[in-house]
Structures are given as C-alpha cells and as structure tokens.
Design a protein around this ligand. Structure first.
Ligand SMILES: [Zn+2]
Length: 135
C-alpha cells in the first residue's frame, strides 16, 4: 500500500515537472534563447501610424515582440480600416530614354500623395534595396 502511494506521488511529480517544462519552453524567447517572454500591452505601429495597443509576448532580453494569432487578426482588421493594409506591390524596372525607371504602384502613390514632377532623392540602402525619399 505504501509502495502504491509512493508510485502515485512520483507519477504526480513527473506530471507537474512536465507541465512546468512545457510552460518554460513556451516562455523562452526563440530569437535570443536567453530571455523570457512576458505578456505586455504593446503599441503596434504600421507605416508611421499607431494602430492601437495590443496584447503581446515581449522578450526580457532582446525585446522580440510576438503577437499571437487572434491579436494579429485584430491588427490586420485595424490596418484595413485605416487603409494601411497591402500597400506594397510588385513592379518592374522599365526604360525611359537611356535611364531606367520604376513604375510606382497606385496604392503607394495614393498613400504618399505623390505628384508628377515632385522632387525625390534615390539612394541605395544595401545591395538589394534602395529608397526614394520625398524632399
Ligand atoms: Zn529574446
């Protein structure tokens, strides 16, 4: 009888330990594997607009921020309401005389309120990206 109780107790301890292991794995940061993820309220910024404050898991070391599935759905909905969703689009480099040009998609023109003849500065960011800054 004593043996049975001991076995049951060991079994319970084993279960508790496993539950704690699962909790620890879920709370450890995948990005830096040093920090612990903690629930916080975080402002979500998109294209310079604050979409609101949402629940997120934030790493205590590297500040990696994770929005979970339901929350991300809410963020997407807010972005759509504010016309900030899906603004990027694929385009191609074309030619204009001896120069190359890039057609700017309509939604980007609209978001940035670009006008023909407006002055811009083009500069490389790295070997895969360049930016066009309105001046
Ligand atoms: Zn981290």
């Amino acid at each position: 009888m004593i043996f049975m109780n001991l076995k049951k107790r060991l079994n319970d301890i084993y279960k508790e330990t496993n539950i704690n292991k699962v909790k620890n794995i879920m709370q450890q940061c995948d990005e830096c594997s040093k920090g612990v993820l903690k629930k916080q309220k975080v402002d979500y910024m998109l294209l310079g607009h604050n979409l609101g404050t949402f629940d997120a898991l934030v790493c205590s070391v590297c500040t990696e921020t994770i929005f979970e599935g339901d929350t991300f759905g809410l963020i997407e909905q807010r972005a759509k309401e504010k016309g900030l969703w899906g603004i990027s689009a694929k385009t191609r480099i074309g030619t204009s005389g001896n120069a190359l040009d890039v057609k700017i998609p309509k939604q980007v023109v609209s978001f940035l309120r670009l006008k023909k003849g407006q002055e811009v500065l083009i500069e490389p960011v790295d070997e895969k990206r360049f930016q066009v800054q309105i001046i």
